[in-house]
Design a binder for this molecule. Structure first.
Ligand SMILES: NC(=O)c1ccc[n+]([C@@H]2O[C@H](COP(=O)([O-])OP(=O)(O)OC[C@H]3O[C@@H](n4cnc5c(N)ncnc54)[C@H](OP(=O)(O)O)[C@@H]3O)[C@@H](O)[C@H]2O)c1
Length: 255
């Protein structure tokens, strides 16, 4: 996600010379510098020095080590912008006294600048800190401010959400093939159906219920399909999946 955000920043017009990347292995340092054209270092203190915004994009389990590597070097006029799922702002504040911390949850459509990222500020994050974080995050898509207690739910909905859609795409493709469509046609039909439906959903004011009603005539084919999905508990299944992801996010936050 760090590399994706770096790519987005460059596409949005940031200069490579104004950015620096941190890696923990030489092989990765080399690879990420080659891929992005941004200078990369293995030295956490060097990466932190003089930077306005410090983006933390390590796995949640690696956060404590990273904090211990930078805690002596981070200043109160810098902003820590953490993307780590489940890790509360307070975890950073415990070690980085007085430093503004912003916690954010993007999603993988960031790769094509189509992310939606929810963000919240910790106790020392003021309007300027949130605005600076939004400026960075908006390089890869839209942003929405929410209270921190909602971030686990966000992780379960939009952070994890692309996986639900991809699973749906897999299932629909397999079903299409079983109905006799050649694989290449099935894949194209499914990709474009999901793209078109997603674009329609974001382009109009009406909600999904209305859009679904538009394609559902009484006694028709969509009605037959939706009846099966409803009868077999589609909504309850989605609700259970989201609840499990939110619970896992809370668990990761407790470390
Ligand atoms: N993927 C998503 O959809 C998504 C969405 C929202 C938020 N996030 C969050 O983004 C974070 C990163 O996820 P990811 O999927 O991008 O993970 P990833 O592919 O494993 O990338 C994390 C990178 O951080 C490096 N790293 C770990 N500890 C380090 C340290 N102390 N110093 C320097 N580099 C260090 C890792 O190095 P190695 O190469 O040596 O492992 C790895 O290259 C996670 O906290 C996740 O919750 C991810």
């Amino acid at each position: 996600m760090g590399e994706v955000l770096a790519g987005g920043l460059l596409r949005a017009g940031w200069q490579a010379a104004d950015l620096v990347l941190l890696a923990r292995r030489e092989e990765r340092r080399h690879q990420v510098a080659e891929a992005t054209g941004i200078a990369a270092t293995l030295d956490p203190v060097e990466a932190v020095r003089g930077r306005a915004v410090l983006v933390v994009a390590v796995k949640p389990a690696d956060v404590p080590v990273l904090i211990s590597q930078i805690e002596g070097a981070v200043r109160q006029d810098q902003i820590v912008l953490s993307l780590a799922a489940g890790i509360p702002t307070s975890r950073f504040e415990e070690s980085l006294a007085g430093v503004p911390v912003v916690r954010a949850m993007p999603n993988t459509p960031a790769q094509i600048d189509q992310a939606i990222t929810a963000l919240c500020g910790g106790v020392h994050a003021d309007e300027a800190s949130l605005a600076a974080a939004e400026k960075v995050l908006s390089a890869v898509g839209g942003t929405i401010r929410l209270d921190e207690y909602l971030l686990d739910a966000v992780t379960a909905v939009s952070g994890t959400g692309p996986a639900y859609v991809f699973l749906m795409a897999e299932a629909l493709t397999e079903a299409a093939i079983r109905e006799g469509l050649p694989r290449h046609a099935a894949e194209r039909l499914v990709r474009h159906t999901i793209r078109g439906a997603g674009m329609l959903l974001t382009a109009v004011d009406e909600g999904p219920e209305h859009l679904r009603a538009q394609v559902t005539s009484p006694g028709g084919t969509t009605a037959a399909a939706v009846h099966v999905l409803e009868e077999r508990g589609f909504r309850a299944l989605v609700e259970d999946a989201v609840r499990a992801a939110a619970a896992r996010s809370r668990e990761m936050g407790r470390g």
